[in-house]
Write a protein that binds this ligand. Structure first.
Ligand code: PGA
Length: 254
């Protein structure tokens, strides 16, 4: 039985002071039974992780902490970079790897992303590994081809045990931050395709692996997306910045 996971990707928003308020407000809007049903993750920018961690630990909140990126090395001469070990030490549980903005704005390659996925596991955390096609690829009917190659490259060399806990986020690039969501049917079909790909390479682990949909998820469309059999949660950008709105996404059945 896969537990739903809803993660808020704050991107480059929120100071550490904002983060304290956002985590407190979110916790106020959610109750224990929500956390029994959904794993709730927030992914603040690096500079706000420590503050968010402190609120979560001091108040014994069930919100979990994620990061938006990391380097693949443990330490070294990588000016401006943050290592997986540094994140793990802040009680970070999840790290988004291969987000489309990292791929397309910062030029990360499939090879970089594969190294990061492995490094996140080595540091004892779980990757939220993002894949998704560009609009032109979708229009050319190449969505499955693109997702297949990103999935294969990003997960190359993983063990079955790692894939058991893996979280994949299917985020069509044309749906991110645009207000254009994939239809629930289309999103569900690609997520089923991703589970089949995982089953081909990793057998039963594919049944445990969670698959999120991301791209303009909001309180109005989340329930229809979550109704799809192979969608186990959502990766939420814009709608995660307001705690009331994000709480409504988390409580998608209400
Ligand atoms: P969005 O972003 O919800 O604002 O479309 C999703 C994401 O980039 O993870």
């Amino acid at each position: 039985m896969r537990k739903d996971l809803i993660a808020g990707n704050w991107k480059m928003n929120a100071t550490h002071l904002d983060a304290i308020q956002m985590v407190q407000k979110l916790s106020y809007r959610l109750n224990d039974s929500d956390f029994d049903r959904v794993e709730v993750v927030v992914c603040p920018p690096y500079t706000a992780l420590r503050s968010a961690q402190t609120v979560i630990e001091t108040d014994h909140l069930r919100i979990k902490l994620g990061a938006q990126n990391c380097h693949y090395a443990d330490s070294g001469a990588f000016t401006g970079a943050i290592s997986p070990g540094m994140l793990a030490k802040l009680s970070v549980r999840y790290v988004i790897v291969g987000h489309s903005e990292r791929r397309h704005v910062f030029g990360e390659t499939d090879a970089d992303i594969n190294r990061k996925v492995k490094a996140v596991y080595e540091a004892g955390m779980i990757p939220i590994f993002a894949v998704g096609e560009l609009e032109a690829e979708r229009d050319a009917g190449r969505t499955e081809e693109r997702v297949r190659s990103q999935f294969a490259a990003g997960t190359s060399g993983l063990t079955q045990e790692q894939v058991n806990s893996l979280v994949v986020a299917y985020e069509p690039v044309w749906a991110i931050g645009t207000g254009n969501t994939a239809t629930p049917d289309d999103a569900g079909a690609v997520c089923t395709f991703i589970r089949e790909l995982a089953a081909d390479s990793y057998g039963d682990a594919a049944d445990h692996m969670r698959i999120l949909y991301g791209g303009s998820v909001n309180p109005g469309n989340v329930a229809a997306i979550m109704a799809k059999a192979d969608i186990d949660g959502a990766l939420v950008g814009g709608a995660s910045l307001d705690p009331d709105t994000f709480a409504s996404v988390v409580r998608y059945w209400v």
